[in-house]
Design a protein around this ligand. Structure first.
Ligand code: B4P
Length: 196
């Protein structure tokens, strides 16, 4: 099973991913986590990644695609995986589409977590007080929201036009949201097995 989890910053992608990968027993591929690990390296690449994240910009498509392709080639991903935070641009979406076709993999679900902007900001500011992430400051949050609207939100139409997009109301407790996500995935899976 291949699942893509989309949503604005703070929509709960990381939170729901943890539950989904445990439930389905598939690997979790989070580009945010991969980049936070990579930025710790005392190299030019590590410094560039840190600068992008801290200012709320996206890192380059080339870097993301190299990291993701490398991770998807692991044997653990041969039976599926959950992509969390990728694709975030049209180039990433198109290149992943090509990669899946080359590998003869089917993308099963694209789930978009829907949360109003005021709630997103509230969550990220609350996380700042707990985790102190460098990109959870008010200025960087507003930059990330702007980047999301400009570069990532158009992908919802990309997946909608392919009949793959499932939008889930992601306001409520993390467990409530998880129940909604799961029921959406199960409905969809049953629907496609009935059609086959
Ligand atoms: P990510 O790590 O993907 O960060 P995010 O979008 O802020 O997080 P997420 O939506 O997962 O929020 P979370 O569950 O933690 O990316 C970080 C940066 O990396 C990007 O800004 C970018 O620079 C770079 N990057 C990543 N992928 C990239 C790509 N493909 N291309 C280029 N650049 C890329 O939830 C947030 C908070 O809300 C948490 O505190 C959580 O506890 C809380 N929360 C979650 N669900 C809740 C609920 N239901 N109710 C109340 N609070 C909730």
């Amino acid at each position: 099973m291949i699942i893509i989890l989309m949503g604005a910053p703070g929509s709960g992608k990381g939170t729901q991913s943890k539950r989904l990968v445990e439930y389905f027993g598939i690997p979790h591929l989070s580009t945010g986590d991969m980049l936070r690990e990579a930025q710790k390296q005392p190299t030019e690449a590590g410094r560039k990644i840190a600068a992008c994240i801290d200012s709320g910009r996206l890192v380059s498509d080339e870097l993301i695609l190299t990291l993701v392709e490398e991770r998807l080639s692991h044997p653990a991903c041969q039976l599926g995986c959950l992509l969390d935070g990728v694709p975030r641009t049209t180039v990433q979406a198109e290149r992943l589409d090509e990669l899946f076709r080359r590998k003869n993999w089917t993308l099963d679900h694209v789930i978009a977590l829907c949360v109003p902007q005021a709630e997103l900001v509230r969550r990220l500011l609350a996380r700042a007080t707990v985790e102190g992430r460098a990109d959870d400051t008010p200025d960087t949050i507003s930059q990330r929201m702007e980047v999301y609207q400009r570069q990532t939100a158009p992908l919802l139409d990309f997946f909608r036009s392919r009949g793959l997009l499932r939008e889930v109301d992601a306001v409520g407790s993390p467990d409530d949201v998880f129940r909604r996500v799961l029921s959406m995935v199960n409905q969809q899976t049953q629907g496609s097995s009935t059609r086959n």
